[in-house]
Design a protein around this ligand. Sequence first.
Ligand code: NAD
Ligand code: ZN
Length: 356
Amino acid sequence: KTVPVNIEHHAYKVYLDKGLRFRLGELLKNSLDEQPSSIFIVTDSTVAPLYLEDVLNGLPDDLNVTTVTIDSGEQSKSFKEYEYLLTEALKAGLDRKSVLIALGGGVVGDIAGFVAATYMRGIRFIQMPTTLLAQDSSVGGKVAINHPLGKNMIGAFQQPEAVYYDIEMLATLPEKEWRSGFAEVFKHGLILNEAFYQWLNEHVQQLPIHDQYMNELLARSIAIKAEVVSKDEREQGIRAYLNLGHTLGHAIESVSGYGTLTHGEAVVIGIVFAMKISEKHYQTDLKISDFVDWVESLGYETNIPSNLDRSKLLEAMKKDKKTEAGSIRMVLLKKVGEASVEKIDEKLILSILNEQ
Ligand code: NAD
Ligand code: ZN
């Protein structure tokens, strides 16, 4: 099965199937107009022992392949690691016809994609996501590393040539990472597709998600992401909806220190927060308690950790990339399936922060 991503001047496909990792050579033939002069695979220290060999076995013997493994975890999205990857790429003699393969979760996809965007002003790259979260991050071409002063602050738009999503690789994913990724799945329903949200609500009662639903779940979730980024590649409009829950979510991640909660777990607390602000702002009823019951049954926290200083969270929220001239802009829900971006008064934010 494939999901098309119809970005202007750069259409590509997301391949979704079991066992794709064994078929890289054949897949590259399909996806690339011009065959690669060499291949540069970037992966991490958790994924490499699990899947790298399978991927290498699927490549033809006469292809020049270099593999680089970075430490797993968010701290690898750094300048230091970025420079290291560029050094290895130069040493390997990559040229403009080379193709970079990102084999891993969002961390590998983001940093390897940024290498692809900047090495010799840009070379082609392929995403091979290995986490549930990466159903989101591997599609749409946002690539970045972190600056000590802010997450994802240094980056580019670089669309991949294709995405190969071998869902068999999710079998080894820890439950916490399922929770992180599933948040970005139902977020897609909440902002744009009520029917998808209801379907998830009905079928997903536990994590990891039952195998029988995975194909449909991923195809629908990725199709929503693909539609958003093809209408608005550079985030001038609806792409901003993807940030639902992220204004507070990112603040929680940065104030609590990355790693305490996963990204998706922090985003869910941010979604509940955004729902509360939405109810006040639009004078509407979003049935927040039903949402909270569902996600808590899946193991998510919905309250802001009590040890986090509320005024520090507010300060962190003001540093968000969506901030314009100091005022906080948030993605809100008019109803389930319909999002909008609004400027929100600091006093309201602080009072809900103190409540949650
Ligand atoms: P991650 O890449 O750190 O992966 C999570 C953990 O799972 C890591 O320890 C990793 O080694 C391990 N892992 C990966 N695949 C595995 C597998 N198949 N089996 C067992 N373990 C496996 O994190 P993530 O959640 O995939 O991605 C988070 C990153 O994605 C963040 O840096 C975030 O900023 C970024 N992101 C980017 C976008 C975008 O549009 N570019 C969107 C959302 C998130
Ligand atoms: Zn996210």
